[in-house]
Design a protein. Structure first.
Length: 455
């Protein structure tokens, strides 16, 4: 039987959630009032009816149950569900407020309903995934597939399913593409005999005519055809597929945060956060200014050329933590706690990272971001361009930041090895960017400041 139980899992989740929503409502009522009499009275039955209708509307809008065997994971399913529940709760509260019926219902019963709903549906999802994993590893509910191609790409497809037995895919062989027309009959016979569910076509090893022949054969045998382009080598650039009318266009993202939404979101976050820090942190700014002025002769602020986006040089602002004549000592990098150039107050500022507070001015000017790879000296730029030119070139496509994941995990980099290690962390940030990531990195930076672990 091909495509075993196709579409059953989304439907099972949909109806299970509807059932658990109603169960939670009734159970919460029983916990609150300790009897059933009254639940079928006018107010609560109306509330339950509205709750069901709103839930059906929300899951339709958010496509909560739109997933496949490959995209079915506990974390993604739970996040989709919690998103739908949050919106559902907000709508129900608004409904009760606008209709002025909130006083007719128990708040305890209302909150208990959502608590039970979240707990029971989470448990149901966990149990379902565990059952499917055990069931498929035992050899049931599996899909049969073959691969057309015998190169590296074909091996990657096979390894993918070998490492994920819980997906339930069983391998039935590879077919070389040379002289496919002669092998098409034997392939079709195998599809018919083994009742194959999928045929994977490695497009890098096939021409257009071969692909069309396989698709026609798949139509005759009602077997799904999956075309696999060779994205290796540029998937690290987060390639996306856009449709221009009926034509798929592969867009390789050579510039992170290139979309209007990403640019706007990141820039807005930078501006808002910087303004808040500079307003709320004004007493700290003044205290640091006074401490430097009293303990060390010379200017309070220090500016130095660093490499920014696209390699363009700009002046970075910091509170001065070294002696005025530090440049005369000819040292390229900091020598740590025993660096003779650092002033007494400068050691405290560096440990707490307070010396970098004026860089929020760079953020407001648009030269830096709050979170991003650290801006480097020209000396370090030349070093990384020689050690890891491709990776570092990608890092230059974004604005440098006051803090970064590389800075937190590696710290100050005074060798090629440390610079490359920090570079790898910063590249990972570019691949998984979100505002939530920025917020978490800021919290980790505050932790470094409080514990005095900065350099």
């Amino acid at each position: 039987m091909k495509n075993h139980y196709q579409g059953l899992l989304p439907k099972a989740h949909l109806w299970a959630d509807v059932g658990l929503l109603n169960f939670s409502f009734f159970a919460a009522y029983l916990f609150r009032f300790e009897h059933w009499s009254g639940i079928f009275q006018h107010p609560y039955i109306n509330l339950l009816l509205v709750a069901n209708l709103v839930w059906i509307f929300i899951i339709h809008v958010f496509k909560t149950y739109l997933f496949t065997r490959l995209s079915y994971h506990f974390n993604t399913q739970l996040s989709k569900f919690l998103k739908a529940v949050s919106v559902h709760c907000a709508i129900m509260i608004s409904f009760l407020y606008l209709t002025k019926q909130g006083e007719d219902y128990s708040r305890y019963q209302f909150l208990m309903t959502y608590g039970l709903f979240i707990v029971t549906t989470t448990a149901f999802r966990a149990a379902t995934i565990l059952f499917l994993k055990v069931y498929r590893q035992a050899g049931y509910n599996y899909n049969r597939y073959v691969i057309l191609g015998k190169g590296d790409l074909a091996s990657l497809i096979r390894e993918f399913y070998n490492e994920r037995k819980e997906l339930g895919y069983r391998f039935y062989g590879m077919f070389e593409m040379d002289g496919l027309s002669n092998k098409l009959e034997s392939l079709e016979a195998m599809v018919k005999e083994k009742k194959l569910d999928y045929i994977y076509c490695c497009l890098s090893e096939m021409d257009d005519e071969q692909v069309q022949d396989v698709i026609r054969m798949g139509e005759r045998q009602r077997t799904q055809i999956r075309l696999v382009p060779d994205f290796r080598g540029f998937m690290t650039n987060m390639a996306t597929i856009e449709y221009h009318d009926m034509y798929p266009i592969i867009q390789v993202n050579t510039k992170p945060f290139s979309s209007f939404n990403e640019q706007t979101l990141k820039r807005t976050f930078d501006l808002v956060f910087s303004v808040i820090v500079m307003i709320l942190g004004a007493p700290i700014f003044f205290a640091v200014w006074a401490a430097i002025k009293i303990t060390s002769p010379g200017p309070v602020f220090f500016k130095q050329q660093r490499s920014g986006r696209w390699g363009e040089m700009f002046y970075i602002y910091k509170f001065r933590s070294m002696r005025v004549d530090a440049d005369k000592m000819g040292l390229q990098h900091s020598q740590g706690d025993h660096d003779p150039r650092i002033t007494s107050i400068g050691r405290i500022l560096r440990k707490s990272r307070l010396d970098e507070l004026p860089q929020f001015i760079n953020v407001l000017k648009g030269e830096m971001s709050v979170v991003g790879p650290r801006p480097l000296f020209k000396y370090d730029v030349d070093m990384l361009m020689e050690a890891a030119p491709h990776d570092f070139q990608r890092l230059l496509t974004v604005k440098p930041g006051i803090t970064s994941i590389g800075q937190i995990n590696v710290g100050y980099a005074d060798t090629v090895a440390k610079n490359v290690e920090r570079l790898k962390y910063d590249l990972q940030y570019l691949k998984t960017y979100s505002v939530l990531d920025d917020v978490l990195l800021i919290f980790r930076t505050v932790q470094v400041m409080v514990l005095g672990r900065g350099q």
